[in-house]
Design a protein around this ligand. Structure first.
Ligand code: BGC
Length: 257
């Protein structure tokens, strides 16, 4: 099935048409800036433009940087607070004129990695962490997702919230050397390990292709690998999520996306 996959981030919105049976991008990935302020109206307008640019009128899967419970946004760490409580899937469907299916961005990236990437055929507990403006997490057990884990917001032993200490945004803003940022990120990884005991940790987002620069600082027992899709996992996973929802809906029609 072909689905338009969109990954909405704190700074950029990435899009491509995805073949869901293989996870391949059928078009070149496009990127536009996330509007500021990222209000529902402004993001909706940008999504409409992006969808039009792709001449698309079919189903759209969107990974979004918030907990999304049955189509309703529950959090808004790096986006406008007015998203909280918004039936966001319906809102964007109306604004864009396309059927829109929404998942948390890290959960979407995780779906792609588990189906086609670094977590494929991996039984046990797999933790996917996306590193960008925030820290996103997706947790799988025997291939099943526990949605909306939001573990980038745990407080570390130094009293600082993880995504305010070890995100890519923090590395860039503070101009940290890879070694220094790697030590920060390792505190996050070891904290996650002591709470969840994953069998495998997969890193996605902008820094996933730089893993070699900070891997010497990592001390977890679980192996830590880069996402196979690097920072395209969110686009692919958003399309996979939409496909899953479409199949479910066809099997038993239910208004909650
Ligand atoms: C948000 C998460 C999101 C992560 C990565 C966090 O600030 O709370 O929902 O997955 O950023 O974008």
């Amino acid at each position: 099935m072909q689905i338009l996959g969109i990954d909405v981030g704190g700074t950029g919105i990435k899009t491509a048409i995805v073949e869901t049976t293989t996870g391949e991008l059928l078009t070149e990935r496009t990127r536009v800036a996330t509007p500021r302020p990222a209000t529902p109206q402004a993001v909706g307008m940008t999504l409409k433009e992006v969808i039009n640019e792709h001449n698309w009128s079919g189903p759209v899967g969107i990974g979004f940087p918030a907990a999304i419970q049955h189509g309703i946004a529950r959090t808004a760490a790096n986006i406008d607070k007015s998203f909280i409580g918004l039936p966001i899937a319906n809102f964007f469907s109306e604004q864009t004129g396309c059927p829109v299916y929404m998942a948390n961005d890290a959960d979407a990236a995780g779906l792609a990695e588990m189906r086609f990437g670094a977590g494929k055929n991996n039984p046990g507990v797999v933790l996917i962490i996306t590193i960008g403006t925030g820290l996103g997490t997706a947790l799988f057990s025997d291939g099943h997702l526990l949605p909306n884990t939001e573990l980038g917001h745990v407080f570390l032993s130094n009293g600082v919230e993880a995504e305010r200490y070890a995100s890519e945004a923090v590395r860039v803003t503070k101009d940290l050397k890879w070694k220094d940022w790697g030590e920060r990120f390792n505190l996050y990884l070891t904290t996650m390990e002591s709470l969840l005991w994953p069998d495998l940790i997969v890193l996605g987002g902008g820094v996933s292709d730089k893993l070699h620069k900070f891997s010497p600082m990592i001390t977890t027992k679980a192996p830590v690998v880069a996402a196979s899709f690097l920072n395209q996992a969110g686009i692919v996973g958003a399309a996979l999520f939409a496909e899953e929802q479409l199949k479910r809906r066809n099997a038993s029609p239910d208004p909650a996306r």
